[in-house]
Design a protein around this ligand. Structure first.
Ligand code: 5AD
Length: 487
């Protein structure tokens, strides 16, 4: 059994020829809030469950249950707004699938909405502050709407912040009509029905087994080239700084049959047949949080700096060319300058391609809140954060520069944001690649030269690199299987 199973089992980007279906398998949950590089005490990892264990367990499970009949269909227009991590993007799709089934329509215009739902994040104070501001703004809109047109507007708050601050949102601030925690989305039609009668309605019960396995999320960007497939919910790791176990509840995995069904459906949404499966993207998210063993211990991460580095080497040996991303927290309780320098040196040693860096923000309920002192002054946290960002960028630029001159297989996503004359796509390490939108030959030579479309694969020769992006020239259009065969 691979000792690294826990860390590796969730990351990875499925790429699928012709698929509007590169599916980020489970990364949604793990990527932002997961345990990171395996639970370790000292330098020895306990042999946790690995993928095979997970598959064996899944084979014994029942298929996903038939959905229960929904309540009487309703006919409001719903506006959904998403904050925070990929898990929340997935939650938005689940909530919308449930509402659509019970008769609601979706609008992208705030002015047209009968119901406004915010899918919220509690991970840091800053995230919550943005949502409080938005709620105050929406509440003023609601009052104006009532005065001017006499038409009621319902506002709901979903997800982590709903779970964490139910009382405050409903009673003290009286800003919303509906509050639904992450395990209560099936109840949304009922909650909305209650709200229609003019009462506030809430459900923040956490569940031990809700995975929404039978609900196929409705993808927000129809025709997109990528999709997130959630394979689990909740978290049991109890890292000392983290609110997630309190807002999303216990860890539970979705039955594998329902994951497969969703991936199949996503890949059926495009037109080409998938011949072969060279479709696992070489990208892993290994959230380190700190480079100091002392701080990692205070965080209760369960591994040392050395164990983390060992994992990185193991991953790099096993998957040559793998692209790595990570999360870091600057200024955790008790962090000294020396600890901080250890994080700087970890960033230099590992040389990540993508990084998410944050200043520590104390969260009530967590172990750090009860037991540790938030003793790094705000300006020191900010200064350390800036230093980490600078070092991360320098290293990422170096890592990306090493790709100049190479040919990369790029999955085209669409026009680049900056210029209509350029296309944007992702390479096998999920790094953004920009190249001119010109006519390109077909690798098989049986089609006339044409401009690449979203979902196409193009071989691109990399000509320059920055810390975030590669630039290049397109050589030819191809397919995953042809490219894997070396053509
Ligand atoms: N303060 C700062 N950053 C945090 N994260 C989680 N909780 C906190 C907190 N209290 C960061 C971690 C995690 C990512 C999702 O958010 O780096 O991996």
């Amino acid at each position: 059994m691979l000792p690294w199973g826990r860390a590796l089992r969730a990351a990875g980007l499925l790429r699928s020829a012709g698929a509007a279906a590169a599916a980020q398998c489970g990364a949604a949950r793990r990527e932002r809030c997961g345990p990171g590089p395996g639970k370790r005490r000292g330098t020895k990892l306990p042999a946790g469950p690995d993928l095979r264990h997970f598959l064996r367990g899944a084979a014994k499970r029942e298929p996903p249950p038939e959905p229960e009949p929904g309540p009487v269909p309703s006919s409001g227009r719903v506006y959904l707004e998403t904050y925070g991590c990929q898990m929340n993007v997935n939650d938005t799709e689940i909530a919308w699938a449930i509402l659509q089934k019970s008769g609601y329509t979706r609008t992208k215009q705030l002015d047209e909405a009968d119901v406004i739902l915010l899918v919220t994040c509690s991970i840091r104070e800053k995230a919550e502050q943005a949502i409080w501001n938005r709620l105050r703004h929406l509440s003023a809109l609601k009052a104006r709407r009532q005065q001017q047109a006499g038409s009621p507007l319902r506002i709901g708050i979903l997800g982590c912040m709903a779970e964490r601050l139910k009382e405050e949102i409903l009673h003290r601030e009286k800003l919303v009509d509906i509050v639904a925690g992450p395990d209560a989305y099936r109840d949304l039609p009922r909650l909305l029905a209650v709200a229609e009668s003019g009462q506030q309605a809430a459900n923040v019960l956490l569940s031990l087994d809700e995975t929404y396995a039978d609900i196929l999320p409705v993808q927000t960007s129809a025709g997109g080239t990528t999709a997130f497939v959630s394979i689990m919910r909740g978290c049991d790791n109890m890292c000392s700084y983290c609110i997630v176990p309190f807002t999303r509840g216990r860890e539970r995995s979705r039955p594998i049959a329902s994951i497969l069904q969703e991936v199949r459906m996503l890949s059926d949404q495009v037109l080409q047949l998938i011949q072969e499966r060279h479709n696992i993207c070489k990208q892993l998210h290994l959230p380190a949080q700190s480079g100091s063993t002392r701080v990692l211990e205070a965080m209760r991460r369960g591994y040392t700096r050395e164990a983390y580095l060992e994992l990185v080497h193991h991953v790099r040996d096993s998957i040559p060319g793998v692209s790595l991303s990570s999360d870091f927290i600057a200024g955790f309780c008790g962090e000294t300058e020396e600890d901080h320098q250890q994080t700087v040196s970890l960033l230099q040693d590992v040389r990540y391609n993508v990084g998410f860096l944050f200043a520590y923000s104390m969260r009530e309920k967590t172990r750090a809140f009860h037991r540790l002192q938030d003793d790094v002054p705000a300006e020191v946290k900010q200064r350390r954060l800036q230093e980490l960002i600078t070092v991360f960028r320098e290293e990422a630029a170096r890592a990306n520069e090493a790709m100049v001159g190479q040919c990369q297989l790029v999955l085209v996503e669409g026009p680049s944001k900056r210029s209509a004359l350029e296309l944007c796509g992702r390479n096998d390490g999920n790094i953004k690649v920009i190249f001119p939108d010109a006519e390109v030959e077909d690798a098989a030579g049986c089609q006339a030269p044409a401009r690449a479309q979203p979902g196409d694969y193009v071989l691109v020769k990399v000509t320059s690199a920055s810390s975030q992006t590669l630039r290049g020239v397109p050589l030819r259009r191809t397919t995953l299987s042809r490219s894997a065969a070396g053509h």
